[in-house]
Ligand binder design. Structure first.
Ligand code: NAI
Ligand code: MG
Length: 326
């Protein structure tokens, strides 16, 4: 069966790193059908819409989507695109690569972040000049869906279990429901879990990241703590991510459009190519996925490297080196 891959480069360096990742996928000689579509600042300037309906429809029907980055319109593009794939979990690996200057080179974590609710789906109000409020939404069904995914993830990827990070000692109803639901699904599946309060997690992961492996958390905690972990491994520039739904998924680097270097051909394509490796794994091409990971890792370690990593190579040089190693 031919898988259809939606390719949405977006703006800025998205237009440089996304084609690089497609080149890597094409070099694997897997029968993919790539369909490109527009989103972001440029298409908004042209048509008035940051996310044209046909781009949304493409993401909602393709087997997987590879997205680059959007500029000022990022929120108008990426939030609906996550809805288009009905994404309930955001997978964010934070791994320090050999040869990269990292605060904690031993870090190798994966965050499984709830992607639909919490404070981000809540309702904010300004009641009076003095008082504003926010309602937080946590449901048993979303917590269950995330926990089922986490159990499959640790089983399929050979992890011992996962940490549930929450603050249920204070937010007893919302984080309490999240914690109890995730824990009971894990128990049913015989998956080992430990509970860590989110503030304690922040300290412990900085001091000793090796004590954690797979981390399951509510939306806001996952957003903040995965960025913190990004700091431990050398910044956002190398981090991939996946937004997974029941039938399709969207893969993107964590970084943005990098206006300071856009158009110069020197953007680091690693985060997007690792995102493409996650896409391969999602579609069941485990061997090809591992091969791409290995080729990126070897290239980060031995070069060539783009200027952000202290080298003087171009995006094209790095992409060619990764394809050579494949
Ligand atoms: P950014 O991630 O675009 O850039 C931050 C710094 O990291 C810059 O110095 C940039 O040159 C560097 N950098 C990022 N990716 C790199 C790469 N692949 N290779 C080499 N260097 C890299 O974040 P910033 O500057 O906060 O945002 C710029 C624009 O991107 C904004 O318009 C923002 O809205 C948008 N953005 C979009 C996102 C998305 O589409 N998912 C995510 C984050 C920001
Ligand atoms: Mg964030």
């Amino acid at each position: 069966m031919t898988h259809q891959i939606a390719v949405i480069p977006g703006d800025g360096i998205g237009r440089e790193v996304t084609p690089a990742a497609v080149e890597v996928l094409e070099s694997l000689e897997i029968d993919f059908e790539f369909v490109e579509a527009d989103a972001g600042d440029a298409v908004q300037a042209e048509t008035g819409e940051a996310l044209p309906q046909e781009t949304y429809d493409l993401a909602a029907s393709a087997d997987a989507t590879l997205f680059g980055a959007a500029g000022d319109t990022a929120a108008d593009v990426i939030l609906p695109l996550r809805t288009a794939v009905d994404s309930f979990v955001n997978i964010r690996p934070a791994k320090a690569y050999p040869g990269i200057d990292a605060v904690r080179p031993e870090t190798d974590l994966v965050f499984l972040r709830e992607n639909t609710e919490g404070v981000y789906a809540g309702h904010e109000d300004r009641l009076t000049q003095d008082v504003s409020t926010l309602t937080r939404v946590v449901t048993e069904s979303a917590s269950e869906r995330l926990a089922e995914f986490a159990c499959e993830y640790v089983d399929g990827d050979d992890h011992d279990g996962f940490s549930i990070v929450h603050k249920a000692n204070v937010m007893r109803e919302t984080d309490g429901l999240f914690r109890d639901t995730v824990k009971s699904v894990a128990d049913e599946h015989g998956v080992e879990t430990e509970e860590v309060l989110m503030d304690a997690f922040a300290t412990r992961v900085c001091l000793d990241p090796e004590q954690f492996d797979v981390v399951v958390c509510p939306n806001l905690a996952g957003d903040v703590l995965s960025d913190l972990a990004a700091g431990l491994v050398g910044g956002l520039g190398l981090l991939p991510s996946a937004n997974v739904g029941p039938d399709r998924a969207l893969f993107e680097p964590v970084h943005g459009t990098a206006p300071d270097i856009a158009g110069q051909g020197i953007a680091n394509p690693a985060a997007t190519i690792i995102s493409a490796a996650m896409l391969l794994k999602y579609l069941g091409y485990d061997e090809a996925s591992a091969a791409v990971h290995d080729a990126v890792e070897a290239t980060l370690e031995n070069g060539p490297r783009t200027p952000d990593l202290g080298g003087d190579a171009t995006t094209a040089d790095v992409t060619a080196a990764i394809i050579d190693r494949l």
